[in-house]
Design a binder for this molecule. Sequence first.
Ligand SMILES: Cc1cc2nc3c(=O)[nH]c(=O)nc-3n(C[C@H](O)[C@H](O)[C@H](O)COP(=O)(O)OP(=O)(O)OC[C@H]3O[C@@H](n4cnc5c(N)ncnc54)[C@H](O)[C@@H]3O)c2cc1C
Length: 293
Amino acid sequence: MHLTDLWKPGRRPSLSFELFPARTPAGRDKLFGTIDELGGLAPDFVSVTFGAGGSTRDGSRELVQWLKQEKRHEVLAYFAGYGLPPSDVSAVLDAYRDLGVENVLAVRGDEPRDAPDFEPHPDSFAYASDLVAFVRPRYPFCLGVAGYPEKHVQAVSRDSDLEVLKRKLDLGAEFVISNYFYDNRYFVEFRELCRARGISVPIVAGIMPIYSIKLTASLAAMCGATIPDSVRAALASLPEGDKDAISAYGVELALEQCRGLLREGVAGLHLYTMDRSASAKVIVSRLRDEGLL
Ligand SMILES: Cc1cc2nc3c(=O)[nH]c(=O)nc-3n(C[C@H](O)[C@H](O)[C@H](O)COP(=O)(O)OP(=O)(O)OC[C@H]3O[C@@H](n4cnc5c(N)ncnc54)[C@H](O)[C@@H]3O)c2cc1C
């Protein structure tokens, strides 16, 4: 199924989960448990990340295969082209096509942080738009791209970042999944600015529940998501190191965001699970109990 079918007029908002491949056999067993838990929530699709420079190439492919063939999930395979020559891009995408993958999210990727000696291939694509231009005529995938409600961290301006997004879509991408944000106003304004530029494709909102203060702070700094003062203050008021209290607050915040986004008529909710199921389970069950999803 092409994911764009999910966002046809009259359909309910989509629900999806992001997963990344485990690094160890123990992590893999745990991930399989998480997948079973999340599968019980009947998502419309699940996505699998791809480490830039091909760092998770085998793990990503194996996870995609498991999700598709064993668990019968609709899969959105992310692909980060950074550092790879076009021949490797083709090899990865050929393998995905042969597994029956129909949906790919084309992102640029970043310099790997844990591989200081990593040398990008001289023919690697500089930007996601180059990757979209390469993939579009060669593969029948339904193609998505990343969008940034608060602009990408390296973008010179919000305007130039929206131009970049428009270029990716003009080159043949068909939908957008957003980076996460902790204030819905960023998303709503971003979507308005997109529409004003003639970007009419579905824009799915990325939601990252807070799982731990440290993780949230480091990820938000890396990807440029603002942590509002109200959220900082609420986190500071929780008993230090109380993981349950922190995730319970994270669930309430994400729920409030989801409710607001659903009221705004969002195309879909994409939960960044960090390979955990507990928060997603509560969020989705409560939204369903409230008749919102
Ligand atoms: C939903 C989602 C999924 C992701 N999945 C992964 C993943 O699986 N693996 C991974 O490694 N990373 C992933 N990322 C992170 C992503 O790779 C980084 O955010 C990366 O820094 C940018 O990727 P992009 O596709 O947005 O790049 P681009 O669209 O190429 O943009 C990157 C930067 O360059 C600028 N730019 C683009 N084109 C030009 C141009 N022609 N001239 C000048 N400036 C330009 C943009 O404004 C932006 O600042 C994901 C991000 C999101 C939001």
